[in-house]
Each structure stands twice: as C-alpha cells, then as structure tokens.
Design a protein around this ligand. Structure first.
Ligand SMILES: NC(=O)c1ccc[n+]([C@@H]2O[C@H](COP(=O)([O-])OP(=O)(O)OC[C@H]3O[C@@H](n4cnc5c(N)ncnc54)[C@H](O)[C@@H]3O)[C@@H](O)[C@H]2O)c1
Length: 376
C-alpha cells in the first residue's frame, strides 16, 4: 500500500493528528504556519521535520494531501492552489467567504479531479450518528422539522494575545448574517437524507452588543428543503450567554429528538408506539438505543477513541483517507459543503434586506452559468 503523505496548514489542524497517526500507511510529513513560533512549537510537538511559512512552498514538497485549517478567508485560495498542484484537500469550516468563491471552488474540484472533503466535524459525534441511524431505520417516520443552534461568544478571540487584530474581527464579527452555519446545518441535514436546501430567510434582532462590531446579536435562519422540510438555524457569537454549540432538535411524523443543552441534562427521544400514543408521549434517553449506533462507532478501538469525540475525530480523517485511496466518495463533498456554506453567505443579504427570501443554488458538477449568481 502506497504511503499517503499529509501536510497540515494552520495549528487548528493538530486536531487531526491522532486520527491520521492511527491509520496505517499515513504520515504527517509537513506543517505550515505563517507564524514561525507557532509553527516550530507545533511541529516540535508533533515531530514533523518539514516546516514552511509559505503555503505554496509546502505544496512543492512531496505531500499527497493537505489539511487546510487556516483562517476562513484563506480556504478557497489555498484549496485552489493545492488542487492545481495535484494535492487532495480536507478543508476546515466554512468552505468559503463569498458566493463567487463557492462557484470557483466547485469548478476547480471538477477540473483537477482531486478529492475535496469538507471537515464538518460536528456530524461525526456519536449523538448525531445515532440519531441518523434511527432516522434511517424509520423510528422518526418522515423528518419534517429540525433546529440547530450554535451559541459561542467569541469576543475574546477578536484580538490575539499579542494585541494584533484577528481575522475573526473581519470575516466573522465584521459581517452581517450567519457567518458560521455548518456546525448546525451539517448535523441536522444528516436527518433529511437526500434532501437539499432550496431557500432561506434570516431574521435578527439587530446589533445590540456594546463592543462595536457589525455582527448581529444572533441570527435565526429558516431554511426550506426541496421536499418541504423546515430547518431553524440559530447562530449567535456575540450575546452574553454560556457556550451552547451543539443543540439540536428533530421532529418527524412518528417521533422526536432533543439534544441535551448543558451538563446534567440528557439527550432524549420519543417515538409513537403501542404504549405511547401521540397525545401522551414520554421522553426516553437516546443512549438507551445505543445498539443502533453505526458498527464502526460500537467497535472503535482504543486508538480510534483516543482521537477524540467518541471516535468522531478518527472517522472524519479515515473517511478522507478512504476517499484519497479511491475506496469511497468523500463523505462531505464540495457541493454539499457549498450548499451549507451558501446558507450563511445568503443570510447576510437576507438580513440586510428586510429578511428577504433567497434561493440557494443547487451546487453540482457543470452548473450552468445562469445558476451561478445570487437571485434577488
Ligand atoms: N471545526 C471546528 O470545530 C473548528 C474550531 C475552531 C476553528 N475552526 C476553523 O479553523 C480555522 C482556523 O481557526 P483558528 O481558531 O485556529 O484560528 P487562529 O487565528 O487561532 O489560527 C490560525 C493559524 O493560521 C495561521 N495562518 C494565517 N494565515 C495563514 C496563511 N496564509 N498560511 C499559513 N498559515 C496561516 C496563523 O498564523 C495561525 O497560527 C478557521 O477556519 C476556523 O473556522 C474550526
């Protein structure tokens, strides 16, 4: 089996380290970061010899694949450069920072025929996977409504400890609308198999916080799917509130799921049954249905579990490597990444235009030019 050599750009990429190292025939051979101190500190810790400050220089090394974990505005330019250099790409969230970038991204993945996988890690938690499995086995009937919420006050990240302004001040808190939608959309879309988001509308209470940035004090985006499903996506990175980054709810014709919100709360499900008619349903603990967890999660080895998040941090990189080896399609492909990211980018236009409803393009290979635009 040919060894796959991986390069990592951005120190956040360290989260993939244990996962890659648990896979036979995969080596992390290069690391890139503009900040030389960060670079050396991380590469020393990881035992990586080849170090690059400039991303394009790393692409000239003998790596086969690259993890792009640099700031959001670097993802598309670096992905395009990597694809052009013949490297496979696993990209951090979000996929891009403008609709035009998303169209370029799809065109380049089509053109260079290398693997692009979107590293939406929230999909890989055992909770999300267990609910997905219950959906597939029909427990919920037809899914028709879901909520996803990401509350993460990031006001401490707008300026780096050395006093320099962080990219987050511009590309996150410097924009209107939902700049970070996919930790919420990705998981809930696992429970609407085969469906696509076709239109969105975003509401916001305006800008209420005291620290002088443009970002809304939370946004609520309603998304409609092509089969009539409704998603309610709330993202709030400015309001004073404890972190709550993975709250989800699913409603189907036969049952419901609500995730725990904090600490001692619990994940719960309820299904219509002989002892549980629809007018008097009771909650049960989700984990009581653990037998339905996908086999690979149930049988995860200690190394796979050690990668983090109940094995999720291993399975995401395993799916990427399987795609690089041609064993299966990327689990989250470029078209899906762009659909979910577009919801956020369009939400900025919606919320600044009286919550106008906007169409989400159907990202796919060879999209006609007429569809590569924002329809107002
Ligand atoms: N999936 C998740 O759970 C999750 C969590 C946190 C962050 N993220 C994503 O990870 C990415 C990085 O976020 P972060 O919090 O680590 O940011 P950060 O600012 O803390 O770190 C970014 C690093 O990238 C380096 N960098 C900047 N420009 C570069 C360039 N052109 N070439 C090489 N290196 C460059 C910086 O020196 C810095 O070390 C973002 O896209 C963010 O959205 C994802």
């Amino acid at each position: 089996m040919k060894t796959i050599k991986v390069g990592i750009a951005g120190t956040r990429g360290l989260s993939t380290l244990k996962g890659f190292r648990s896979i036979e025939g995969v080596e992390i051979t290069a690391m890139c970061d503009l900040d030389e101190d960060h670079l050396n500190e991380a590469a020393d810790k990881m035992g990586v010899e080849k170090r690059f400050r400039v991303f394009d220089d790393m692409l000239e090394s003998d790596i086969d694949a690259v993890v792009i974990a640099t700031p959001m505005q670097c993802h598309v330019p670096q992905t395009i450069a990597a694809l052009e250099a013949g490297k496979h790409v696993m990209s951090e969230v979000t996929a891009g920072v403008s609709m035009d970038e998303l169209f370029w991204l799809c065109e380049c993945v089509d053109k260079y025929k290398k693997v692009y996988m979107y590293a939406e890690n929230y999909i890989y938690t055992p909770t999300v996977q267990l609910v997905k499995s219950l959906v597939e086995k029909g427990f919920f009937g037809d899914s028709y409504y879901a909520e996803g919420m990401y509350m993460h006050n990031t006001s401490n990240l707008l300026v780096y400890p050395n006093g320099k302004t962080s990219w987050r001040s511009y590309w996150q808190d410097g924009v209107r609308g939902n700049f970070y939608p996919t930790h919420s959309i990705g998981p809930v879309m696992q429970w609407f198999p085969g469906e696509h988001i076709t239109e969105i509308t975003t509401f916001s209470p305006g800008v209420r916080h005291p620290y002088g940035v443009k970002q809304d004090s939370g946004t609520t985006t309603m998304c409609r799917t092509d089969k009539g499903g409704l998603l309610n996506i709330r993202t709030d990175c400015t309001s004073p509130h404890p972190h709550n980054m993975d709250y989800y709810h699913l409603q189907g014709t036969k049952g419901a799921f609500r995730s725990k919100t904090h600490g001692n709360d619990f994940n719960r499900v309820s299904f219509i049954g002989e002892d549980s008619p629809s007018h008097s349903m009771q909650w049960k603990t989700l984990e009581d249905f653990g037998e339905y967890l996908p086999e690979r999660y149930k049988n995860a080895s200690p190394d796979e579990l050690a990668a983090g998040h109940g094995g999720g941090d291993f399975f995401i990189v395993k799916d990427f490597i399987d795609a690089v080896r041609g064993e299966k399609a990327p689990a989250i492909d470029v078209y899906t990444a762009c659909e979910w990211t577009a919801v956020g980018l369009l939400s900025g236009i919606s919320v600044t235009n009286n919550s106008k409803t906007l169409e989400v393009p159907r990202f796919r290979p060879d999209m006609p030019l007429d569809e590569k635009r924002i329809k107002i």
